[in-house]
Design a protein. Structure first.
Length: 558
């Protein structure tokens, strides 16, 4: 809740002369101080190409705010590079950064009493973290994405960073030369912008449009396309406009808006992280959202977009035929979106879609709902004896709906990756990686290094992987994450032993440990909780406060 936040609390009256003096030291005039203040937050840094350009884009947002009669105030927040943090201890900081981002934006807005916010974000956790802060503050807010990277082109093939990870697996298996690996490394990431497929950043950007917090068409233009700067400028203008109209996130983030977000997640074949982040955002918006809602919407939503990693195309390709609005319009036309949901334009979803043109004829990127890639969505929630609270899997591109195999158990991701690199994982194995959950890791590490290595070795359709951690949006294959309860709190995944049979059925929505109940209980009596991996600092704080992945893995003092 905004709690009476207003810039007038800071700049009006004789008692605020010192405050005005400090603003004047930064070049503001009495006229500037008479206007409403808009915070322009961004996660710009030199940690990742996703964010390297955000500070320059923030200047465009500020210009839009100022041209529309408000006073912009820029500030930064952190952002972890998931791609560079991947595969080592650094990835434990990734999900924790989502909470830090939301907290830091909230604190800056409360401390300085800004009236509204334009939030720019690039890499994965900065998108939900920024939107979570907007919901928490409930001040006029517009979200805007930094934009996708352009694909690398090698021998006529479009590459993303995931191709580099999978190339490592191919190299380890002896199927790729060092020179070929180097060529892929040198080509895959040619510019600023977020990872190019329908991975987590592009998924959450698409969701920002569908849920109504971002301008229509803002998700798909590439980071270095001139339209991106124009979109950021118009986002500044839009924020100044809703300051006048009084539209707030609570007017936008309704239960029906979350249903729209779930629909677009499934129609695009988006990242399973979208489930985790929507649960977290719903909590900030005081909306009751559960796994059952995800499954209900998924089952009625067709998978329309043939996007990497499960499909063939990158975000830039989708942008060329009209971007997210053409997918939304197709869903709306078939009664699969709530058209009456309000958005930051001051208009409803249906009103925003009126001017969206049809996609070019003969394009193969987005199917119509009458002839989809799959008749149901791809972000599947599983339940069973191995995951009583739930688990998730993305079915786009895996071409099978059940797997049964023998467990190969690892208590750290590094141990599993070493086994994969040695060639110790065999066809029919279910690789179990545990103690990587919200509290046990802590931080629910993504497993792209391991999953991509399996795919690169040709095992993507021959093994399964199950973890209480997470997967990158770039992961493909029969990979189950977010298993809850997690191992650290004594969930059934903590009791699995090498050789146990595990069965997974995505059609039935089940994941089961095929061990007699009495044997499971005997093992439970022998189990004890391990010592935390961190006993101080930000990771220890997160581990102490984090909840179940089935509720978004958010921190709470309740």
């Amino acid at each position: 809740m905004s709690g009476g936040i207003s810039s007038r609390n800071v700049v009006e009256g004789t008692a605020r002369a010192p405050h005005r003096a400090m603003y004047k030291a930064m070049g503001l005039t009495d006229e500037d101080l008479s206007r409403q203040f808009v915070g322009v937050s961004h996660a710009g840094n030199e940690a990742t190409p996703c964010n390297i350009h955000l500070q320059s884009l923030a200047a465009e947002a500020k210009r839009g705010v100022s041209d529309s009669g408000a006073t912009p105030r820029e500030f930064g927040t952190i952002a972890v590079s998931d791609g560079i943090a991947m595969g080592h201890e650094g990835m434990k900081s990734s999900l924790v950064s989502r909470e830090v981002i939301a907290d830091s934006i909230e604190l800056m807005m409360r401390a300085h009493q800004y009236d509204g916010i334009v939030g720019l974000a690039g890499c994965d956790k900065s998108l939900p973290g920024t939107m979570m802060a907007m919901a928490r503050l409930d001040l006029p807010a517009v979200f805007v994405y930094g934009g996708t990277i352009m694909p690398g082109i090698l021998d006529g093939r479009e590459l993303t960073v995931v191709d580099v990870y999978e190339a490592v697996g191919s190299y380890d298996a002896g199927n790729l030369s060092a020179e070929d690996l180097k060529n892929i490394e040198n080509t895959a990431c040619p510019s600023a912008g977020s990872c190019g497929g329908m991975f987590t950043a592009n998924t959450m950007a698409s969701i920002s449009e569908a849920i109504g917090l971002a301008l229509p068409g803002s998700a798909s233009p590439p980071a270095e396309d001139p339209r991106r700067a124009d979109m950021v400028y118009r986002s500044g203008v839009a924020c100044a406009s809703i300051l006048k109209s009084g539209i707030r996130p609570s007017d936008i983030l309704t239960f029906e808006a979350f249903e729209n977000a779930i629909a677009i997640l499934n129609a695009l074949g988006g990242s399973t992280n979208g489930i985790l982040h929507l649960l977290a955002l719903a909590g900030e918006a005081d909306i009751s959202l559960e796994y059952a809602d995800f499954e209900r919407i998924r089952r009625r939503t067709p998978h329309l977009a043939d996007m990497k990693p499960g499909g063939s195309y990158v975000m830039n390709s989708l942008d060329k035929i009209g971007g997210i609005p053409i997918v939304m319009k197709a869903l709306l036309r078939h009664g699969l979106l709530h058209g009456d949901c309000m958005t930051v334009t001051g208009r409803t979803i249906a009103e925003n879609m009126e001017s969206v043109p049809a996609p070019p004829p003969n394009q193969t990127i987005v199917r119509g709902p009458e002839s989809p890639l799959h008749h149901s969505g791809t972000a599947v929630v599983l339940h069973g004896t191995l995951a009583p609270e739930g688990a998730v899997i993305k079915t786009a591109g895996i071409q099978m709906d059940r797997f049964r195999g023998r467990a190969r158990v690892f208590d750290r991701e590094e141990h599993a990756f070493e086994a994969v690199s040695r060639g110790d994982i065999d066809e029919g194995d279910v690789v179990v990686i545990r103690y990587e959950g919200p509290r046990g890791g802590p931080g629910m590490r993504e497993m792209l290094a391991t999953t991509a290595a399996l795919v690169g070795q040709g095992l993507g359709r021959k093994v399964a992987l199950v973890t209480d951690g997470r997967f990158s949006g770039g992961t493909r294959g029969f990979m189950v994450g977010h298993v809850a309860p997690e191992a650290f709190v004594g969930g059934p995944i903590a009791l699995v032993r090498d050789g146990d049979a595990i069965s997974i059925d995505t059609d039935q929505g089940t994941i089961d440990l095929e061990v007699p109940a009495e044997e499971v209980e005997r093992r439970r009596g022998e189990w004890s909780q391990p010592a935390p991996n961190y006993d101080s600092g930000a990771l220890a704080k997160y581990a102490a406060l984090a909840g179940s992945a089935a509720r978004g893995a958010v921190t709470s003092v309740r």
